[in-house]
Design a protein around this ligand. Sequence first.
Ligand SMILES: NC(=O)c1ccc[n+]([C@@H]2O[C@H](COP(=O)([O-])OP(=O)(O)OC[C@H]3O[C@@H](n4cnc5c(N)ncnc54)[C@H](OP(=O)(O)O)[C@@H]3O)[C@@H](O)[C@H]2O)c1
Length: 239
Amino acid sequence: MKRMIISGGSRGLGAALVDEYRRAGYEITDLSRSGRSGDSVQVDLAQPKAAQQILDDEFGRIAADPCEHVLLFNNAGDVMPVGQVADKAVDTVLGNVNVNFVGAIVLLRAFMLAFQAKNCPKAIVNISSGAALSGVEGWSLYCAAKAGIEHFIRTIALEQANNPFPINAFNISPGLIDTGMQASIRSAAQTDFPRVQDFVGFKAEGALRSPALVAGAVVAILASDPAPGSRHEVADYVP
Ligand SMILES: NC(=O)c1ccc[n+]([C@@H]2O[C@H](COP(=O)([O-])OP(=O)(O)OC[C@H]3O[C@@H](n4cnc5c(N)ncnc54)[C@H](OP(=O)(O)O)[C@@H]3O)[C@@H](O)[C@H]2O)c1
C-alpha cells in the first residue's frame, strides 16, 4: 500500500498535496484540526502532549498495513502571532512554537517510532520557508521555529544513515503561495510587521503561486530522488 501522511492537509498547500497524491493512488492521512474528509484525523499540533497519543494510536494502526511506499509531510504551520515577542501573551508565543516546532518534532518522532522497522521506501518531507534562512522583522517565532525544524531534519538524516531501513528526510522551501497564511500576513498591522505592504503588493502583482502549482513542483522534487538532509527550492522547479 502506498500511503501519504500530511499535517495540515485540510487547506492551503497541504490540501493541494493531498489532491496530488490521491490522484496517484496513495491512501491519505490528513492530520489537522478542521479536516472533515474521511481521511482526516483531528489533531491540534499546538497541544503536543495531547497530539502524541493520537499520533501514536493512528500511526500504530496504519503501520500494520503492508508497506509499498510511505511519505510523511510536515506541512502544518502558522506564522501568527507576528510582532515583537515581548508584546505577546506567553500562551500565544507557545502556540506558535508548538505548532511550528515542538508539535512537528512530536509528529516526526511518532512517525519514526511506528515506521522505522518497515522495509519499504520511506521519506519525511519538511515544508520549510525562506524564513528558516533569513530573519524577517516581526516574524521572530516563525523564523526561529522554521530554522529549528530544518536543522532537526538535517540531523535526522545523519542519524538515519546507518539504519537498516532508513527514512530519507529533506527540506523543501515552497516560496510564496496564495493561501490563508498569506491572507493573514496581509492583514497584519504595520507596527507588528513593517513589510506588510510588500506582501500586499506580492498578491496584487500576481507573485503568489497557486497551491496546485507548488504541489506539482513538490511532487517533481520527490521524483528527483533528493539526497538525505538536502534542501530544495520550489522556485527551481516552476517557470
Ligand atoms: N503560504 C506561503 O506563502 C508559504 C511560504 C513559505 C512557507 N510556507 C509553509 O507552507 C506550509 C503550508 O502553509 P499554507 O500557506 O498552506 O498555510 P495555510 O493555508 O494557513 O494552512 C495551514 C495548514 O496548517 C494546519 N494547521 C495550522 N495550525 C495547526 C494546528 N495547531 N494543528 C494542526 N494543524 C494545524 C491547518 O489546518 P487546520 O486549521 O485544519 O488545523 C492548515 O491545513 C507551512 O508550513 C508554511 O509555513 C507557506
